[in-house]
Design a protein around this ligand. Structure first.
Ligand SMILES: *Cc1c(COP(=O)(O)O)cnc(C)c1O
Length: 426
């Protein structure tokens, strides 16, 4: 029986046998013991499955990754130490020096920096397209060496909604996968694989953990992209890996296992951005209540957005749950049960007024964080996006007066009252 999302949040990924611990055990061990060298050799050859070193695999991490895999409807998944590591691995697993990737311009500032600065130094070239581009504009961005398309389901902090089907159609027409960062929507509100995404990434630091306790990331593969059909584009998956006994990932592990096995046995082996088992345990506690919290986050954000929309100190509000929002129609299609707890708006009077408003908030705390049970807020132009010039800010959908309100799971009226008194101070 296929379990519904609420049941998977609570019970997915781990099924204890008779007499085993009810809660996922924290396997706080770097290494694992074997009786013979032959036994261990089989693991190194990827001939047998088992654990030998936590950088490559750990039972606690595997159980939590399996839950997220089930939530997203994927074929395989892995945890990483952060969302940054997840997005880096997801892209670098298929795009190397000399390759090209198309990304939505409306993405998290850290991801933009990773792509436009750091990965560019590594020889991977990016073209950024507006999430609202036409199909023609999107198709025109492809080059012979394009290896992937990347977008955020709900962009942080611009709150644009990705038209997944439009991006998936273009990616597939050019024989490359679509990678979707689903951090803000979470699989409770949207499962991008159901709409054509091939690989899904998460900063589990946000709603999945949900309590501001652990930084983490996750990559989920749909198992649907046919690497072998486009073998000339993806030599890393379709030709022998000399660093791993000549294994051909797509042949040995099939479409369902190739991507994650390669990312683990090459990228995790060499870069080592593993999530600690302790953090994976805490992440799992968050996942157990994800469906309950996300619903409350969305209800509170909707109430806050509606309040802001009728306040005369506010110049604009961006929340796709508002009927007048530019992304409302896309949200109705892809996010029928709600979007996220984050609302952006502009304070009349620009940068100065925004700073004054934020200083007077009492329930919302100023933090470089979102998607926490506790309400928080941020002025991106002076924090997360400060490396961008005004032109880049606007392309990323972040105007200088933008304030990002991350509505927690407190009482909605308390949140509104706090915003009202802070706006009155402006
Ligand atoms: C926070 C965030 C990231 C980066 O994740 P970390 O866990 O902070 O490394 C990536 N993408 C999105 C959409 C995010 O919100």
């Amino acid at each position: 029986m296929k379990k519904k999302i609420e049941t998977v949040c609570v019970q997915g990924g781990y099924s204890p046998k008779n007499g085993e611990p009810r809660q996922i055990p924290i396997v706080q061990s770097t290494t694992f013991k074997y009786d013979t060298s032959e036994d261990m050799g089989k693991l190194f050859d990827l001939e047998a499955s088992g654990y030998f070193y936590t950088r490559l695999a750990n039972p606690t991490n595997d159980a939590v990754a399996a839950k997220i895999c089930q939530l997203e409807g994927g074929s395989a998944a892995m945890l990483t130490s952060s969302g940054q590591a997840a997005n880096f691995y997801a892209v670098f697993n298929i795009a190397n020096c000399g390759d090209h990737v198309i990304a939505s311009s409306s993405i998290y500032g850290g991801t933009y920096n990773l792509f436009a600065v750091t990965m560019k130094k590594m020889g991977v070239d990016f073209t950024f397209v507006s999430p609202d581009c036409t199909e023609e504009e999107l198709n025109a961005a492809f080059k012979a060496n394009t290896k992937a398309v990347f977008g955020e389901m709900i962009a942080n902090p611009a709150l644009t909604v990705l038209d997944i089907e439009k991006f998936a159609k273009a990616a597939h027409a050019h024989g490359v996968p679509l990678i979707v960062d689903n951090t803000f929507a979470t699989p409770v509100n949207c499962r991008p694989i159901e709409w054509g995404a091939d690989i899904v990434t998460h900063s589990t630091t946000k709603y999945m953990d949900g309590h501001g306790a652990t930084v983490g990331g996750c990559i989920v593969d749909s198992g649907k992209f046919d690497w072998l059909k486009y073998a000339e584009k993806f030599p890393g998956l379709c030709t022998p890996d000399d660093s791993y006994h000549g294994i051909i990932y797509a042949e040995k592990f099939g479409l369902g296992g190739a991507f994650i096995t390669k990312a683990t046995s090459q990228l995790m082996r060499d870069f080592g951005s593993i999530q600690s088992p302790q953090n994976a345990f805490l992440l799992n506690l968050g996942l157990e209540s994800l469906h309950v919290r996300v619903k409350r986050h969305c209800e509170n954000a909707q109430a806050v957005a509606e309040f802001l929309a009728q306040n005369d100190k506010v110049s604009w509000v961006r929340y796709c749950g508002l009927p007048g929002d530019k992304y409302h129609a896309l949200a109705e299609k892809y996010l029928p049960n709600g979007s996220c707890g984050v609302v952006s708006f502009g304070v009349k009077g620009g940068r100065k007024a925004a700073e004054k408003y934020m200083k007077n908030l009492k329930v919302f705390a100023i933090e470089t964080h979102v998607a926490d049970a506790r309400s928080c807020c941020l002025h991106p132009a002076s924090a997360t996006h400060r490396q961008m010039n005004d032109e880049e800010l606007i392309a990323a959908g972040v105007s200088p007066d933008l304030v990002r309100m991350s509505c927690g799971i407190e009482n909605a009226q308390d949140l509104i009252d706090d915003i009202a008194q802070a706006l009155a101070c402006v």
